[in-house]
Design a protein around this ligand. Structure first.
Ligand code: 5GP
Ligand code: MG
Length: 168
């Protein structure tokens, strides 16, 4: 395993993101939506750096199967809390093809959200993406399959406290 982002680097960046998001949503009705399962660790840390009253909910949709993008999205679990008229912040682990994010943004706008913004820990900066820019990006990284800090390989490694690239 080669370390790409250390625990410290991640924590420092999340503190900055938390401050920026706090300023952006001051006085608004924020619903933070965690994109399961990959964003669970990132969101847990980020949400504790957002100094605002907010709702937290989870959304499960996936384009990945067995470490590869299948190119189509399946919704596995929808939200439990109301979305209509609320400002939705989608929190995800990583922007790869952007298919999941593009799908989720439309999904929440159609449910009547007042606004939908996006925050990702990592952006792979692929040449052609379905969804070009998240509103907040923790780190821009090379196009490698990464694990740890919520991200898996075959469901393992999610609990690593750092982000790494698997080497064989
Ligand atoms: P996209 O729809 O942008 O292609 O893929 C988004 C989802 O695929 C991410 O939320 C994440 O769960 C998964 N994914 C994309 N790239 C990686 C990667 O490098 N490592 C891992 N573990 N998951 C990834
Ligand atoms: Mg994901």
């Amino acid at each position: 395993m080669k370390t790409l982002l250390t625990e410290n680097e991640i924590a420092e960046r999340i503190a900055q993101l938390g401050e920026e998001i706090t300023e952006a949503y001051r006085g608004k009705e924020l619903t933070a939506v965690i994109m399961m399962n990959g964003a669970v660790i990132f969101a847990a840390d980020l949400l504790r750096k957002i100094n605002l009253p907010l709702y937290i909910d989870c959304f499960s949709a996936s384009s990945y199967e067995n470490d590869r993008s299948t190119g189509k999205i399946t919704v596995r679990s929808a939200l439990k809390l109301p979305v209509q008229g609320r400002h939705v912040l989608l929190i995800d682990d990583i922007l790869d093809t952007g298919l999941s994010m593009k799908y989720a943004v439309h999904y929440f706008l159609e449910l009547g959200a007042a606004s939908v913004k996006t925050c990702v820990l990592m952006d792979k900066m692929l040449e052609s993406k379905q969804f070009e820019h998240a509103d907040w990006v923790g780190f821009r990284i090379p196009d490698r399959y990464v694990v740890g800090y919520g991200l898996d390989s075959g469901e393992y490694y999610r609990n690593l406290p750092y982000v790494g690239v698997l080497t064989d």
